[in-house]
Design a binder for this molecule. Sequence first.
Ligand code: ZN
Length: 321
Amino acid sequence: MIVDGHNDLVARLWRGDAIQHVDLAEAPRVDFAGGFFALYVPSPKPPIPTSEHYALPLPEPIPSEEAARVADELYEVFQSLPVRLATSPDDFQPGRVAAILHLEGAEPLATDLSNLDAWYARGLRSLGLVWSRANAFAEGVPFRFPSSPDIGSGLTAAGRELVRACNDLGVLVDLSHLNEAGFWDVARISSGPLVATHSNAHSLCASSRNLTDAQLDAIGASGGVVGVNFAVSFLREDGGQVAATPLEEIVRHVEYIAGRIGIDHVAFGSDFDGALVPEELGGIPGLPKLVDALRAGGLDDEAVSKVTSDNWLRVLGDSWA
Ligand SMILES: [Zn+2]
């Protein structure tokens, strides 16, 4: 059974674009049991790296009311999916697809958090404080390569309140896209395990979106997890947007993170339908090939089971308690 840390199927369907990776009809054949389904309020022009060295400006902030309106539309798309809403680790079972309602960027929330309970009632169980662009709660990393993730300020007072409120409700706080100052603020404040749903190892690919060794160490020490992102520009040593990237690049990041903080703290965070992934993987239908590559890299049955589902299920249980 495969549980995944991030896909952008909802935004793709909302835009009216063709599905590239998350073909749910293929899920039973490859034991894809679902995972985090992001509600991402798009910026006008999504940044796409154009060369191997790039520094893209962050899109403008989106006003909360506008973001809330779009998020309601995204939520309607989410509800129309043929999936079970996941609010317990037990919702993930072989033979069906369960979806965690994840907000990628907290813009749809009012700064006073007055609509957070309503989102929880809808099923919200995971929240990324930012999708890179700044908002009332935090600042994220711009898309840069090579670059440190240490760009900009930490959480605002409202951001710190939001982390505490998520802890109280049992909503997982996602650190992917957050800048390094914000990361350390969450590490200080949060009572839950530290989680980056779709980020990689900065030591192997020096993108601003990836995690330094110190950040990985903090995630491991907290009992958290890193979902390895399949986006080629966050995998490759040269940061390039190259479709012909071997899927061993994913294995390289899994092994590095497992070697550094333990096999209990690494999982998948595909970024399917939101990024260019290795063409030999393609999407959900290619997942068995990736599992074969993990085995070829030396992972035994127990390790494979941890990476493909057990680690996510443990961290969900700890975060939602
Ligand atoms: Zn993302």
